[in-house]
Structure formats: structure tokens, C-alpha cells
Ligand binder design. Structure first.
Ligand SMILES: [Zn+2]
Length: 443
């Protein structure tokens, strides 16, 4: 009798959970503003973290900075039964052929992998940058605190690792400090190629670059809004995929855009005080970031970033001119905001790492019919699926219907021409994959 009662309690408790999980609220609560402040201060104290700066000193330069980051990951790993595999991943860059490389050097990334229990070869990645720069990107000796750009992203990545290492996940999570960002995205290129060589199945990359400034050069002060940059479609798609898109759609539905929508939705659900702003472009106008090298190889990846930048406080030597104080110093970082954006990352890493894979293929049909039909490949580990649709002009998946452990469904009375459609997979624990946009046509 007792066991029946226990079963009954368990079944109904999980049923009343609905779509939100108490574990996700715990993760948000555990992100520490003090930890973030201390980490950014330590990074700033290395004086400069220019990729071509001193590597021998233990107190100044990129070498000291990366050794400290590695030791931080190792300390975290020690308190989770060695749950992190911590290593350097490096590539040699040469002055020859690179206009922004002052001398030959190793570009060294620091990587920490928390292996998944069920899908160890599926990886969700959070990145920040180790390196900083002065006004002249070739200048590797002048102080370049890089407090916001990008000690905040690096500290956020370390802090997410500290909090999430206390949990077990089905998919692997990678926490990474990338280097060589300011001279040509070298670190991201190196790690993306490493992942491809190792045949990592990448769920997505959450690249954090500047997550601490709330006072824009435009005069706006805003500690709620942040940007999620995502490119529309993968740059390495085939000519045939491009041609088919004219007839079947998908211009704003590439894999990185689905990842952006996922982050938007998770934030709206668990951090309702925040305003996630999806920006429909790869990055800021004419500027770059470390998610791009991953996109180049066909991986999903987005950039998370403050909404209002201050250009007198990035890529500037510390100085005062005409009453304006230049420089990326720690005094300008708002750690309450950095904490929120770190939480945005952590809850999305956790949700994706607890979710089953998205359906690989989704077929759609219903041409000249009153209803749309969807058919998908069943996913190992999924107990249900969610069918989404939205107006063609809407940025978000506004309508949905949850179905059980089946592999096809007809949405009666929904006409294929008037909406975009997609399907996600849901696990036993209620966590959900990203949405797969239809990639096959049923005639
Ligand atoms: Zn920068």
C-alpha cells in the first residue's frame, strides 16, 4: 500500500510541475554576484591579457591569466568528484600573413568538459574570452584591463561551471575560455576545428562577449535588456538547400536562429524580469565574435551580449581626454546585470543538457489540403514531442501542441501556406530540445 501511495504522490507531483522545473530556479539562485566580481577583478589584475603579451610571468599577461583560469576549473572539478576534464587546446599563429599578429605565438584556449551520462558525444558549449586589448590591438604591453570586454564573459563561464558542476546531465557541457579574439577570432577557429576533428555533435555554442555594461553611449541605462545575435541560415549550406528555400521557406529558420528562439523562450519562462532581444544578424554591423568560426563550420551558435554598448569603454587605453574617461575598467561593470546574463546561460545550458536530442528529420505535407501533416524521426530518450507553428511574420513559436510518443500528426484545419512549423522532442523529465524546422517534403 505504501509503495502505491508513493508512486501516486510522485506521479502527481511531476504532473503538476507542468513545464517549469524547480532545479532551474535553484540554478538561478546559486549564481553569485560576489564570485563574478572577484573573478573579473582577478582577470583585470593581470594588467593586460593581450594574446601576444607575456607568457612567463605569474602575475602579468596572457600566460598568467590562462594558468589561473585552468586552476579555477581544476578547483571546481575537485569539488565535484573530478567531473570536469580540463585541458589546453592550442594553435600556433604566425606574424606572416596576419596583419594583426605582432609576433608568432601559441593561441591557447582553456577547455573544461563535463561529460554527459546518456549522450556523452553531444555538447552544449558556453564560451567567454581570455584576451583583452588596448587602443592598438598590436600593442601587447600597455595596460588593457578588459573588464567588460571580455572578463565578464570569462567570469560568467567560470561561474556557470561552478554552479552546474553540482548536477549531473545527460548531454555534455563544455565551458571554455577562448583566446586570440581581438586579432582575428583565432581561438574560436581552433576550437571549432578541434570539435569537428573529434566529431563532436554540437547542440550549440553560447558565446558571451561583453555581459556587464548597462549604460550605453546612447545615454540609455537598462539593466533588463540583452541581445541574442543569430545568423539566419548556415553559411555552408548547399546550393540545392538554398534553392529549395525559395519554395518551402526557412529564410529565418536556420539552426542558430532556433537556438536563439530557445534561449528567448527559456529566459521568458524563468527570468521574466529580463528582456531578451533577438537580433536577426550574425553579429553587430560589420563586427565579429567567437560564435562565428563555429557557424562557419555549420554548427549552431549565437552571441549573448549587453544591449547598450559604450565605445569609450572598450578597446581604449586608459586615459582622460576632454573630460571623458576612456578605458574598460571594472568600475563600469554592473555585476547585478552580469549575474542575470550568467543565469541566462546557465539555465539554457542545463535545459539543453537535460533534454533529448531534437528530431533529426521532420517532414511536412499538406499542399492544397485543409490540414498540415508532420512526420518525424523518433528520438531515443524522448517521451513526447511538441509541434509548433507561428505566423510567417512572427519571430517566436507562438502556437504549440504537445503530443505523445508518436512520430506523425495532422493539425486539423491549419493550412500549410499560412504558418511556419517545427517539432521539438521532450524527455521524461519535461526538458525540451530545440525546434527542428522541416527538412523534408511529403507530396
Ligand atoms: Zn573586444
Amino acid at each position: 500500500m505504501k509503495s502505491i501511495l508513493t508512486f501516486f504522490t510522485l506521479c502527481c507531483f511531476s504532473f503538476t510541475w507542468g513545464q517549469t522545473s524547480p532545479k532551474i530556479y535553484d540554478i538561478i539562485d546559486n549564481i553569485s554576484e560576489d564570485e563574478l566580481r572577484n573573478k573579473v577583478q582577478t582577470l583585470v589584475d593581470f594588467g593586460t591579457r593581450n594574446t601576444f603579451s607575456d607568457t612567463l610571468s605569474n602575475t602579468r599577461g596572457i600566460g598568467a591569466a590562462r594558468r589561473w583560469i585552468k586552476s579555477e576549473f581544476e578547483t571546481i572539478s575537485n569539488s565535484c568528484d573530478n567531473c570536469l576534464d580540463v585541458f589546453y587546446q592550442k594553435d600556433f599563429v604566425t606574424k606572416e600573413g596576419n596583419s594583426r599578429v605582432p609576433h608568432d605565438a601559441w593561441v591557447v584556449n582553456v577547455v573544461a568538459v563535463q561529460k554527459g551520462t546518456k549522450y556523452p558525444n553531444r555538447y552544449i558549449i558556453m564560451s567567454g574570452d581570455i584576451d583583452s586589448r588596448a587602443s592598438d590591438t598590436m600593442d601587447f604591453t600597455t595596460d588593457a584591463p578588459g573588464a567588460n570586454d571580455n572578463a565578464t564573459g570569462m567570469a560568467g563561464t567560470l561561474e556557470a561551471a561552478r554552479v552546474l558542476s553540482q548536477y549531473k546531465f545527460e548531454n555534455s557541457i563544455v565551458y571554455v575560455g577562448l583566446s586570440g579574439e581581438e586579432q582575428g577570432l583565432f581561438g574560436g577557429k581552433g576550437l571549432a576545428q578541434y570539435a569537428k576533428n573529434k566529431e563532436w555533435d554540437i547542440i550549440g555554442v553560447l558565446n558571451n562577449d561583453m555581459i556587464g555594461n548597462i549604460e550605453g553611449v546612447d545615454g540609455i541605462i537598462d539593466n533588463r535588456t540583452f541581445r541574442i545575435f543569430s545568423e539566419p541560415t548556415p553559411p555552408n549550406e548547399t546550393e540545392n538547400q538554398r534553392r529549395l528555400r525559395r519554395f518551402y521557406g526557412g529564410e529565418v529558420d536556420g539552426i542558430s536562429r532556433q537556438l536563439a528562439r530557445y534561449i528567448h523562450k527559456t529566459t521568458k519562462t524563468y527570468l521574466p524580469e529580463m528582456n531578451p532581444m533577438m537580433v536577426y544578424r550574425l553579429d553587430r554591423f560589420g563586427r565579429g565574435g567567437h560564435h562565428r568560426p563555429f557557424n562557419d563550420l555549420g554548427f549552431a551558435g549565437i552571441r549573448i551580449m549587453e544591449a547598450h554598448e559604450n565605445y569609450t569603454q572598450q578597446h581604449q587605453d586608459i586615459r582622460e581626454e576632454n573630460g571623458i574617461k576612456y578605458g574598460d575598467v571594472i568600475e563600469h561593470v554592473n555585476f547585478g546585470y552580469t549575474k542575470k546574463l550568467t543565469a541566462v546561460n546557465a539555465i539554457n545550458l542545463a535545459s539543453l543538457a537535460w533534454a533529448p536530442p531534437a528530431p533529426k528529420t521532420v517532414a511536412i505535407g499538406g499542399i492544397v489540403e485543409a490540414s498540415v501533416k508532420l512526420k518525424w524521426d523518433k528520438v531515443d530518450g524522448a517521451t513526447g514531442y511538441k509541434i509548433y507553428w507561428r505566423d510567417t511574420t512572427s519571430p517566436t513559436w507562438d502556437h504549440s501542441r504537445t503530443v505523445g510518443d508518436i512520430s506523425e500528426f495532422t493539425l486539423e484545419g491549419i493550412v500549410i501556406d499560412n504558418y511556419f512549423f517545427g517539432v521539438s522532442a521532450i524527455g521524461e523529465n519535461n526538458f525540451e530540445s530545440v525546434v527542428t524546422f522541416p527538412n523534408q517534403i511529403m507530396r
